[in-house]
Every structure is written in structure tokens, then in C-alpha cells.
Design a protein around this ligand. Structure first.
Ligand code: HAM
Length: 394
């Protein structure tokens, strides 16, 4: 069902589905995700193939999509290119509730535009998907990391600040002041958290055009009524981000509350050998969304036709009708022919049928499940007409 929600919503918004391989050259992730990130340093399942090449089970999907964009010359298509994906990802993390070594991500990427409307669009689509999936107590956190240059300057300021407070920091934070000072914002150590409350923030140091871009993204979200909180300490665990970053969390989950996140990565395509191509996207954890939805499947579409054939001899008539409905892209299910009427109606309820067609010895009976109204119909053509063109959910 969640796949269907993603496919319908992203498909309707102009995204084409792209599947990249489950493993790729280790180098792609090391360079793309960033050498100093947790993912590259300790979470990759890497192995050598028989030719001695180092391969890695994909820990994320953005670097592979950029590789495919460059390799297949997608910059020659009308820009921006909108893509989405769904599949297994792998990270060597300590498993716990909501955190798995193999998990499923649904994600999307828009490559070839730096317009703030694209930022607001991708955020809006994820908000809609989480909403339709029934994820509870969802909050959106938003920030901007500026460009690589701003980040570099800020990173130096932050390093000086952290060095001056070194004694109050957790050992792992202290060790990584030079490699990745931003991660100090992510620490769960109380001493470090106290220090970080006073740390300079990147949001206050954005260059004018980045600050303007961020203001425009916020204005669009406001105009669309999408609620968010600005979180200057929002740090994403991947190095490629520039400008807008965001994360959706669910208070219904425990420590692993991130149901989906993403941001801009305006330099990544170029870094992979492509032309300068600003881009933005997100990925959402499918298992976490289901947990946040309380394990309940979204309710059935209610548009299904149930074909009931109480007399086994009428199996062929039922089957021909089922084939016709399916060919016409109507959602239809046939019960086991020859079962009792009581059993068939129970089955119809279970699949959430809106109508049940009873295939009788002669003709049909059409029952509307909600009202219980039932009428006889002589021919298959009349029956299909009575169902109307709107009986399909897809
Ligand atoms: P990420 O924040 O690393 O971003 O992962 C996205 C989502 O995947 C998380 O919010 C979480 O729901 C889920 N997830 C991550 N690790 C695990 C795990 N071990 N077990 C279960 N779920 C997990 C990315 O991967 C970026 N590629 C997103 C992106 C796309 N940015 C731009 N475009």
C-alpha cells in the first residue's frame, strides 16, 4: 500500500521511477557521501569481488542517482529531471527498534533546478505521503547549510569554538573536531549538548543569496500551509548537502524518530564528472513510516468490485466478467466459486469491496455494500455500465 501511495503521488507530480544497482563501486559512496561521515567510516558493507574490486551494498541512493544521471547523459533531457526510487539499503549500524541493517527507502531526486519552488515541492510531496500513510505526530524540521564556501568558513569558526571548550566535550566529539565539527550538534552527551547551545550557528552566517533562497523556501511553505520548525542545529549525516536541509520526525517513534529527510546537493553531480547541476531530494524509511502509522495499513480504497459465484457451474461466466473488469483497469477480485453466500459476502467485506456482483444462473445481481441495496441486471454490458467509469482506484 505504501508503495502505491509513493508511486501515485510521485508519478502524478511528474517523477519517473529509476532503480539503481544494489551494489556499486565503494569509491562512489566514499567520494559521494563523504570520507568523514559515519556511513563511510563504519557503516558500509564492503567486499571484494573476484577481480579484486571493492564493492559496497548501497547505504543510500543519492550518489547512485547522480552517477546514473552523469553516465546516461540525463543533463541533455529537459531540466529538471524528476526521479524516484524504492528498494533495499544497507548500513552496518547497531540494530534497535526502527534501525535495521537492511531497510527499505523510498526516495526522490530533482536534478537541474535551484528554484526554491522545487525545494518546497519535494517537501510537500513527502508531507502528503506521510499524511496519507497515516504516520502519526509528524514534525518537519528545516534549516539551510549555505554553500560549500560558507560551510567551510563556518566550519573553521566552529572548530575554534570547539577547541576552546574541548574539556567539556565527549571524547568522540573531541576526536572529530577537525574531521567533522558539525556532528557535535548531533551528540547525545549532556556536556556536549550544553556546549552546543552556545555554539555559533550556520544559519546566522549564510551568504546573502543563500539567505534569500532560504527565505523564499520558507515563504512558499507558509503559502502552502505546510508547517515546519526552523532548527539551526539540524545536521544531516551526509556531506553533500548545500542550502536547504530538512527532516521529518515522528513523536510516535522512540530514539530512531527520523521518518524521512533530505536536502539540496548543488555540487554533487559536478563532483561526479557531470555539468554543474543543482539538485534536491529526500529519502524516507519505509519501515519507520509503517511503525509511525501504528502498523495499520491505510484503509482499503473502497472501490473494489467483488465477483461472487455461488454456483460452481457459473465459474466461467464469473471469470469472463473478472477478466473484463481487470482489462478495463477496474479493481476486482473473484471469490472461490461454489462457496456459500455467507462465506462469499464475508470475503467481500474483507477486501473492502464497494460492490459485489453475484453471478446468478441467469444474469447478475449488483449489491452496493454500504447501503445493502441490491438489483438484478440482465447482461454484462448493463452491469459494467451500472458500475460506472469511476469504479477503479488506479
Ligand atoms: P538519510 O537521512 O540517511 O538520508 O536516510 C533517510 C531515511 O532512511 C531516514 O530518515 C530513515 O527513515 C531511513 N533510515 C536510515 N537508516 C536506517 C536504518 N538503519 N534502519 C531503518 N531506516 C533507516 C539519505 O539516505 C539521503 N540519501 C536522502 C536524500 C535524498 N538526500 C537527498 N536526496
Amino acid at each position: 500500500m505504501l508503495w502505491g501511495i509513493c508511486a501515485a503521488r510521485l508519478g502524478a507530480a511528474g517523477y519517473g521511477q529509476l532503480e539503481t544497482p544494489v551494489f556499486e563501486d565503494t569509491e562512489l559512496f566514499a567520494r559521494g557521501v563523504g570520507e568523514s561521515t559515519d556511513i563511510v567510516q563504519k557503516e558500509m558493507f564492503s567486499f571484494e569481488d573476484m577481480g579484486g574490486r571493492s564493492l559496497t551494498l548501497r547505504p543510500e541512493g543519492t550518489a547512485p542517482v547522480c552517477r546514473a544521471f552523469v553516465e546516461h547523459g540525463m543533463h541533455k533531457r529537459p531540466q529538471p529531471v524528476r526521479l524516484w526510487y524504492w528498494g533495499p539499503f544497507f548500513r552496518h549500524e547497531a540494530p534497535q527498534a526502527g534501525r535495521f541493517r537492511q531497510f527499505t527507502q523510498a526516495g526522490c531526486e530533482v536534478l537541474g533546478s535551484d528554484d526554491p519552488a522545487v525545494d518546497a515541492e519535494v517537501i510537500g510531496v513527502l508531507a502528503d505521503i506521510l499524511d496519507e500513510a497515516g504516520a502519526r505526530d509528524v514534525r518537519l524540521r528545516l534549516s539551510s547549510l549555505g554553500t560549500a564556501d560558507t560551510r567551510r568558513d563556518y566550519s573553521e569558526q566552529l572548530k575554534s569554538f570547539l577547541r576552546a571548550r574541548e574539556d567539556d566535550l565527549a571524547p568522540d566529539v573531541r576526536e572529530r573536531i577537525d574531521a567533522n565539527p558539525l556532528r557535535a550538534f548531533d551528540s547525545s552527551d549532556p556536556g556536549t549538548q550544553a556546549v552546543m547551545k552556545e555554539a555559533p550557528t550556520l544559519l546566522d552566517r549564510l551568504a546573502d543569496d543563500d539567505a534569500e533562497h532560504f527565505a523564499e523556501v520558507r515563504a512558499l511553505l507558509d503559502a502552502a500551509g505546510i508547517e515546519y520548525e526552523i532548527d539551526p542545529a539540524l545536521v544531516r549525516g551526509l556531506d553533500y548537502y548545500t542550502r536547504t536541509v530538512f527532516e521529518f520526525t515522528s513523536d510516535a517513534l522512540g530514539a530512531q524518530s527520523g521518518v524521512g529527510g533530505g536536502g539540496r546537493y548543488d555540487g554533487l553531480v559536478e563532483q561526479m564528472g557531470g555539468p554543474p547541476t543543482p539538485a534536491i531530494g529526500w529519502a524516507a524509511g519505509v519501515e519507520r513510516i509503517l511503525l509511525a502509522a501504528g502498523g495499520e495499513e491505510p484503509s482499503a480504497s473502497g472501490a473494489c468490485v467483488f465477483v461472487a459465484v455461488p454456483k460452481e457451474e457459473r465459474r466461467a461466466a464469473g471469470f469472463v466478467l473478472l477478466r473484463r473488469l481487470l482489462r478495463e483497469r477496474r479493481s476486482a477480485v473473484m471469490g472461490e466459486p461454489g462457496r456459500s453466500m455467507k462465506g462469499l459476502m464475508k470475503h467481500a467485506d474483507r477486501v473492502g469491496a464497494r460492490w459485489t456482483v453475484i453471478v446468478e444462473e441467469e444474469g447478475f445481481a449488483l449489491k452496493e455494500m454500504a447501503s445493502g441495496d441490491q438489483r438484478n441486471i440482465a447482461s454484462e454490458d448493463e452491469l459494467v455500465e451500472a458500475l460506472g467509469p469511476g469504479s477503479e482506484p488506479w
